[in-house]
Design a protein around this ligand. Structure first.
Ligand SMILES: C[S@@+](CC[C@H](N)C(=O)[O-])C[C@H]1O[C@@H](n2cnc3c(N)ncnc32)[C@H](O)[C@@H]1O
Length: 286
């Protein structure tokens, strides 16, 4: 017979300690096992505090142990559950999408704070799970948002996420960077492109190992895609339109210089929640 919830959680937490510690530098083992058990039991995590003595059925225990084994083998929690919350939206994710990061919410916040307009045409290039585009669509139902990605598999996930969150003001198109925009021009072009140097050792560590390399790495210094986006955005921005990019914490000066070189004005930069430089925005002055 299986054990009670608290005992199962404690044992699993001990088994997971090494893996979770390695991945994040923080002890997330307890959180991880609670999220996995919540997935199996289809309950909120607060249920475990209210009913620690409830005995798991054999089926529930077996299902939980199979998810725990995946985590022990290093698979990210978001891939095991197939879910990640972003801006209060429940998003499906899989091995074809980046797992949306909390720091990317800084970008959503920046856009909402600085663009109070009722109607705008916005493009989100490299949308992945649809995180940025769908967060904006949920806050600004009258904005027309085009979300693109070169990965068809990622777009399938993003399309499903739009549907399941009831967001109809997002159009999804497949293609490389500005390709799907054709002749259209936009008030805002946003992107969280790949920006990690291809030799960076972090690409071989933790959860990142299981994410698509095409979502993460961009040439020797991590700036290949950003250089391209900054160089060509003006061909797709309306006069006074804005390009807003997420980037690495150590790329702030390089991005500022690239914006300046390309003739952007009113360049502004913002830190993420951990006080690391995370986004840059520039205005196209025709
Ligand atoms: C860092 S991920 C960002 C995903 C999502 N926007 C987010 O913030 O969670 C970068 C995304 O850019 C996409 N991508 C990479 N190269 C691309 C290209 N040449 N054209 C369009 N999308 C590209 C990847 O498939 C991936 O979904």
């Amino acid at each position: 017979m299986a054990d009670c919830i608290e005992k199962v959680l404690k044992q699993a937490e001990q088994q997971l300690q090494a893996v979770s510690d390695l991945d994040t530098g923080f002890d997330t083992a307890r959180l991880d096992v609670e999220v996995l058990l919540a997935t199996v039991l289809k309950k909120n995590r607060s249920y475990f505090r209210a009913f620690p003595e409830v005995i798991l059925s054999d089926d529930e225990n077996e299902h939980f142990q199979s998810l725990l084994n995946k985590r022990k083998n290093g698979h990210p929690i978001a891939h095991i559950t197939g879910q990640r919350e972003f801006w209060s939206l429940d998003l499906d994710v899989n091995e074809h999408t980046l797992i949306p990061r909390p720091d990317t919410e800084t970008l959503v916040e920046f856009v909402l704070e600085n663009f109070p307009q009722e109607k705008l045409n916005v493009a989100d290039l490299g949308t992945g799970s649809g995180a940025i585009a769908l967060a904006l669509a949920s806050e600004k139902p009258q904005w027309n948002i085009l979300a693109t990605d070169q990965s068809e598999q990622a777009l399938t996930i993003a399309t499903n996420n739009a549907r399941k969150n009831g967001l109809s003001n997002v159009t999804l198109k497949q293609g490389s960077w500005f390709g799907p925009l054709e002749q259209s021009r936009f008030d805002i072009i946003i992107s969280n492109p790949p920006y990690i140097p291809q030799q960076d050792k972090h690409l071989q560590q933790g959860d990142v190992r299981f994410e698509p390399i095409t979502a993460l790495a961009s040439g020797e210094d991590g700036l290949d895609d950003i250089r391209y986006l900054i160089a060509h955005a003006k061909e797709h921005l309306l006069p006074q339109g804005w390009l807003i990019l997420e980037h690495g914490y150590d790329q702030k000066q390089a991005i500022f210089d690239l914006f300046k070189l390309a003739g952007f004005v009113n360049i502004s930069q913002k830190d993420d929640y951990g006080n690391n430089p995370r986004l840059s925005a520039g205005q196209f002055c025709k």
